[in-house]
Design a protein around this ligand. Structure first.
Ligand code: PEP
Ligand code: MG
Length: 758
């Protein structure tokens, strides 16, 4: 068949199928007509449709094979050519079917005289629900356009099958794994183990209608969608130029390239011309690209392919109006969320009980989404390459963020190994839980204060579950992040009061709002509405609070009222110069006076503290120290500023080590800066929750840690094994003449003493 005749054959098939679909005949009769239409259209002796029934692919209709085989011939998924197509969701185009290693002969069909074979999967919700194939006596491969016609017809069939209830959709959705097991590696961002099913944060779109009623209307829809998508990409690109988009520049470059690619839009328009809806046309073109790319074995191209998939999905979402994330649809069972990256607010939208883990293609240890996940006790694996391409929605996964792996569609051996690790992990957790009421004294008898970081009401049970000494950092902005509008004073007061009630006589340190950086609030924009070039170093935290002092006043009043009759511990984030601390303190003091004038009940005492996150403050600490009750070192921000390395940039996620002489020496100097003043010093950044890092911190003189709740047990265990004299001598020596790797030196030091630091 020539290419032109194949194209016109494809058009003809679609036109005739349109009539078949619209006819009133029953589903079986429709399928019987469909095989005739395709067989004739592609000049093939055989055309058959297999559909999934009770886990097997059953011959539902055929032209050319023995009619007695209909509803008799069945193949397992993975069995024979048809089963292979379904299992791998791939197209086969063979000049000689018997030469294929998976060929399996079924005598009842009488297919032995046919040499060539082409088959395409019929896909619904990313699962193969059937196979459409053609066979020919002559040993010839089918033309690409013929294969494309088959693929288009398979889409139409998918709709017909769905409308006619020909298969059990539940069974198909939960059906057997489509491809074999795979283990991918990544960077462990939050430790832990979890089993569940893959859920894409940005769900793929289900295409309900394939055949168009009104071609012009479909064209109009796709033109509009292209405009909208290009607008979105341009906006993202211009934000990235200013460093606020959070997307990789190169990804955006590729997005832009594809978004404006004439070839892509032209192919979609051609597909609509052939009679498809806008959605089906986009999907159709995507299938074709996927197939072509699969033949090219180049990792770089695979990455680009992935970007095009993203973009194609974006276009589909726009055109179909299905814009929500998986959170808006609700999680059905134990789920492991799959995303390129997430914002903290996006993560908080998910149902905590069903969300068991997160796997990201990007991500870094101190990105706020990771901090939130850590607080929720949800394991996170980041920087997993090739993730989305290897997965389908609903695939079973075993996430082992301790080992830094995720197993897709695990085989029984993988499950067994995972279960063993899971059981061991549980035992370890149980051992940590036993330390709940044990006070963390070092071997030489020093009491270390171990507190938790929190941010939501739901985090508070963590305090009694772990037996921690209090909340060393309550990130008040989390309430702002989960709220669609600025939380009113009463709501804030209620939260703070609940938190204090939950803490009982243990202290809670409230940090005033730290908005900005990667914590973006749609309802709180920069004054002049401009995007910032460098939000982490921009208009954020105390800088916002002092300028929008209405915000801080409301928060001050809420905190003062909530802490009536108790001690209020309040600290200010991102203090860069002492006057900022003084100004913030003044806002609180004037609110206190105001409340006093109203004869309101006040806190018994107010303790004011500053966060040390901006290196400049370290140089003036001696000036500020007399006015401080406490200092909390926020190593997440501090290290990004010390190393000039954006904490959310996945490319830098593994570049700098907290256990570097630079950071350790700096922290030691901070401690010296407040020596002699009555100032409690705590480390509240993420590093304090990692045991090797905590060991180093103890070694330089840190005695107070505020960490994620899951780290309290392991940290207590560590503390009880450490002799402070020994570790400080070792740290002193290492910091005077640093070894090639401080991390390795510390790890072997700990190992020699039987101290577990994993
Ligand atoms: C820090 O910067 O270390 C810190 C604890 O604050 P956040 O992570 O919320 O910026
Ligand atoms: Mg910070």
């Amino acid at each position: 068949m020539t290419v032109t005749s194949a194209v016109s054959a494809a058009r003809q098939i679609l036109t005739r199928l349109h009539d078949v679909m619209a006819s009133r005949s029953n589903a079986q009769a429709k399928l019987n007509t469909v095989v005739d239409v395709i067989g004739e259209g592609l000049d093939s002796e055989v055309c058959s449709i297999y559909l999934l029934r009770e886990g097997q692919l059953e011959l539902f209709a055929t032209r050319g094979l023995a009619q007695e085989a209909v509803h008799v011939t069945r193949l397992g998924v993975g069995e024979g050519l048809v089963g292979t197509i379904a299992e791998n969701i791939e197209t086969l185009n063979l000049a000689e079917a018997t030469a294929h290693p998976d060929f399996s002969y079924r005598p009842e069909t009488g297919e032995d005289k046919f040499h060539s074979f082409a088959g395409v999967p019929i896909v619904r919700r990313e699962r193969a629900v059937g196979v459409l194939c053609v066979q020919h006596v002559d040993p010839r491969r089918y033309e690409e356009v013929e294969i494309e016609a088959l693929q288009t017809v398979a889409m139409v069939l998918s709709e017909l099958i769905h409308n006619a209830d020909l298969i059990d959709e539940e069974e198909a959705a939960l059906g057997p794994a489509q491809t074999g097991p795979v283990r991918l590696v990544g960077l462990s961002l939050v430790k832990g183990l979890a089993a569940g099913n893959a859920v894409f944060h940005q769900p793929r779109i289900t295409i309900e209608h394939v055949m168009a009623e009104d071609r012009d209307a479909e064209l109009q829809r796709v033109y509009l969608a292209f405009d909208k998508m290009r607008e979105q990409i341009d906006r993202m690109a211009s934000q990235a130029e200013f460093g606020v988009g959070g997307e990789h520049e190169e990804v955006l470059e590729t997005y832009k390239m594809f978004a404006y690619d004439e070839g892509w839009s032209r192919r979609i328009i051609e597909a609509i011309d052939s009679g498809l809806t806008a959605e089906a046309a986009i999907e159709r073109v995507q299938q074709r690209t996927r197939m072509r790319m699969r033949q090219i074995d180049d990792p770089l191209l695979a990455d680009r392919m992935h970007d095009l998939e993203d973009l194609s999905n974006r276009l589909l979402r726009i055109v179909s109006g299905q814009m929500g994330t998986a959170a808006s649809q609700g999680l059905r069972s134990d789920s492991i969320l799959i995303a390129r990256n997430l914002g903290p607010a996006e993560l908080l939208e998910y149902d905590k009980r069903r969300l068991k883990g997160v796997v990201l293609e990007e991500g870094s240890l101190t990105a706020h989404v990771v901090i939130v996940a850590r607080a929720m006790g949800i394991p996170v694996l980041g920087r997993v390459r090739g993730l989305k391409g290897a997965l389908r929605d609903g695939d079973p996964l075993l996430l082992d963020a301790d080992a830094g792996t995720v197993s897709l569609r695990p085989n029984p051996q993988m499950v067994e190994a995972f279960d063993a690790r899971f059981a061991r992990n549980k035992e370890r957790q149980a051992a940590y839980a036993k330390l709940r009421d044990v006070e963390p004294f070092t071997r030489d008898g020093t009491r270390i204060t171990v507190m938790i970081n929190a941010g939501l009401r739901d985090d508070m049970p963590g305090l009694s579950l772990t037996g921690a000494d209090g909340v060393g950092l309550f990130r008040t902005e989390f309430q702002f992040l989960v709220s669609a509008t600025l939380p009113a004073r009463e709501r804030q007061t209620r939260l703070y009061r609940d938190v204090l009630d939950a803490a009982g006589d243990r202290p809670v340190v409230f940090r005033t709002v730290d908005i900005g950086g990667d914590k973006v609030l749609p309802y709180l924009r920069h004054n002049d509405g401009e995007q910032e070039e460098n939000p982490a170093m921009g208009w954020r935290a105390l800088r916002v609070a002092l300028e929008r002092d209405g915000l801080l006043k409301v928060q001050a009043r809420s905190l003062l009222e909530a802490a009536a009759g108790r001690t209020l511990n309040v600290m200010f984030p991102m203090v860069s110069e002492p006057w900022e601390f003084d100004a913030a303190r003044e806002v609180f003091e004037s609110q206190r006076k105001y409340l006093k004038s109203l004869k309101k009940k006040l806190p018994e005492a107010i303790r004011y503290g500053a966060m040390l996150e901006v290196p400049a403050l370290a140089e003036t600490l001696d000036l500020l120290a007399p006015r401080l009750s406490f200092l909390s070192i926020g190593t997440n921000d501090l290290t990004q500023f010390l190393f000039a390395a954006d904490r959310s940039n996945p490319k830098l996620a593994e570049r700098y080590d907290w256990l570097s002489p630079a950071i350790m020496r700096f922290l030691r100097r901070v401690l010296l800066g407040v020596a002699g003043h009555n100032v409690d010093v705590t480390v509240c950044g993420e590093m304090g929750g990692r045991r090797l890092e905590a060991l180093a911190l103890l070694g330089i003189g840190i005695r107070r840690l505020s960490i994620t709740p899951a780290s309290v047990g392991p940290t207590k265990e560590l503390v009880r094994k450490v002799d402070l004299n020994e570790i400080s001598a070792a740290m002193n020596q290492w910091l005077s003449s640093p070894p090639p790797s401080l991390r390795e030196a510390l790890a072997s030091w700990a190992q020699e003493r039987g101290i577990d630091t994993d």
